[in-house]
Design a protein around this ligand. Structure first.
Ligand SMILES: NC(=O)c1ccc[n+]([C@@H]2O[C@H](COP(=O)([O-])OP(=O)(O)OC[C@H]3O[C@@H](n4cnc5c(N)ncnc54)[C@H](O)[C@@H]3O)[C@@H](O)[C@H]2O)c1
Length: 387
């Protein structure tokens, strides 16, 4: 039965994970949290069951399957897809593998939820999106893990901004100043264009830029500078960008893995209020601050406090995998396509491609500069090795 027609299914959604490293553990725990937050399957069981996992590293695979009581253990994704016929695969492998593995799932008729970055080039991304079923609501579909969209603070901001309650957006700041030592980059796939697709712009700031675009919409122009200041990597370890949006707003974006006092900070100056969130790897409602202009103070604060996120339950106020998985499972059971749809994650990936394109070419970049046939469509570094 195609996924997405789950409304009347008696049995839990059958989920598999490929790649059983660090983030896969978050997925396994978050699936359990999400399952507990929503109604059971009609059979009375949990809404989703983790039925299988695949990894090329036997020790990791075995440890993962034991820890999370997963029955199906595979060294090969194709083998898993053939024998288990899951409804949904979570792709938790290094970024350079996402393209081939997402395509393998979709071609086997299985929907796929891919960790960020969804692909390491716009070309790869478009190939994945083109392999979705027709219509994609009935599956198989492809969605990206951008879990920080799903805390109630971000959902409230998005709702108020799109309703016009905050006035026009004028200025924004999007700061990912994190710290990763050299040992972090000793993992073979990190810090390389062909396996990670970039540095902190692609690997770390991507979440915050995705939040920014979730609120401000389409970007129209980017000017950027990147540097490799301190880590032995092929990619940047710092990037700075100025971004212009179709709605007239402008934003300053900073991405770093060199910052001993780590912080994640997003700030929006709307006509009627400043809205800020300061956190590190996940926020709750208390991390948000709203400062309205005096004349409309009560209106704005009342709107903010009465607005709620779409995600139901306890897990909802915290941004994290569980808050996204609640919406994924909910959508599966309702026969809807879940968030985050390809058009939205493509916009975020294109902003990253634009930052690299501007840094390499030393000029402002527009979406047209990233069209199929251009160097930065095919590869994030446009085939360059020196900044
Ligand atoms: N959403 C988030 O906040 C978040 C946080 C951390 C990492 N991530 C993303 O998750 C992904 C994985 O990162 P990680 O830190 O868990 O990496 P990791 O290196 O800890 O785990 C990757 C796993 O994939 C396995 N693997 C490699 N090749 C494979 C293959 N061909 N088939 C099956 N398994 C294979 C490895 O053996 C390893 O166990 C990356 O895309 C990363 O950007 C997302």
């Amino acid at each position: 039965m195609p996924i997405g027609l789950a409304d009347d299914r008696a049995e839990p959604v059958r989920v598999a994970i490929v790649g059983t490293g660090n983030i896969a553990r978050n997925h396994a725990r978050a699936l359990a949290t999400a399952g507990a937050a929503i109604a059971p399957a009609p059979s009375g069981g949990p809404p989703a069951t983790l039925v299988a996992a695949a990894d090329v590293n036997d020790a990791r695979l075995t440890g993962f399957c034991e820890e999370f009581a997963v029955e199906g253990a595979y060294h090969d994704l194709d083998d898993l897809l053939r024998k288990e016929r899951p409804d949904l695969v979570h792709v938790c492998t290094p970024p350079g593998l996402h393209h081939a593995q997402a395509l393998a799932c979709l071609r086997a008729g299985v929907s796929v939820l891919v960790e960020k970055p969804p692909a390491i080039s716009l070309r790869e991304f478009d190939e994945i999106a083109a392999a979705e079923g027709e219509p994609a609501t009935a599956g198989p579909w492809f969605a990206t893990v951008f879990q920080h969209r799903f805390g109630s603070g971000q959902q409230r901001l998005k709702a108020l901004a799109s309703a016009g309650d905050l006035g026009r957006p004028l200025l924004a700041m999007c700061t990912t100043t994190w710290f990763r030592d050299q040992a972090y980059f000793d993992v073979p796939w990190r810090g390389r264009w062909d396996t990670e697709g970039g540095g902190p712009t692609m690997g770390h700031g991507i979440h915050q830029m995705d939040m920014l675009l979730d609120v401000l919409g389409d970007w129209t122009e980017v000017s950027a500078v990147t540097r490799t200041q301190a880590r032995r990597v092929q990619t940047e370890d710092v990037s700075l960008a100025h971004v212009t949006f179709a709605n007239g707003a402008v934003a300053s974006v900073v991405n770093s893995v060199l910052s001993p006092r780590e912080e994640t900070y997003l700030r929006y100056d709307f006509e009627r209020a400043t809205v800020e969130v300061t956190h590190l790897y996940g926020y709750t409602d208390k991390d948000w601050r709203v400062t309205p202009v005096e004349e409309v103070e009560q209106d704005v604060l009342t709107a903010w406090e009465s607005g709620s996120g779409e995600t139901p339950g306890e897990a909802a106020s915290r941004s994290g995998h569980a808050s996204q998985f609640i919406q994924v499972l909910d959508a599966l059971r309702a026969g809807r396509r879940p968030p985050v749809a390809p058009a939205e994650s493509r916009r975020t990936l294109a902003l990253i491609a634009a930052i690299y394109a501007s840094a390499f070419t030393k000029r402002p970049v527009t979406p047209d500069d990233l069209a199929p046939g251009t160097p930065f469509y095919d590869r994030m570094n446009g085939g360059n090795s020196q900044w």
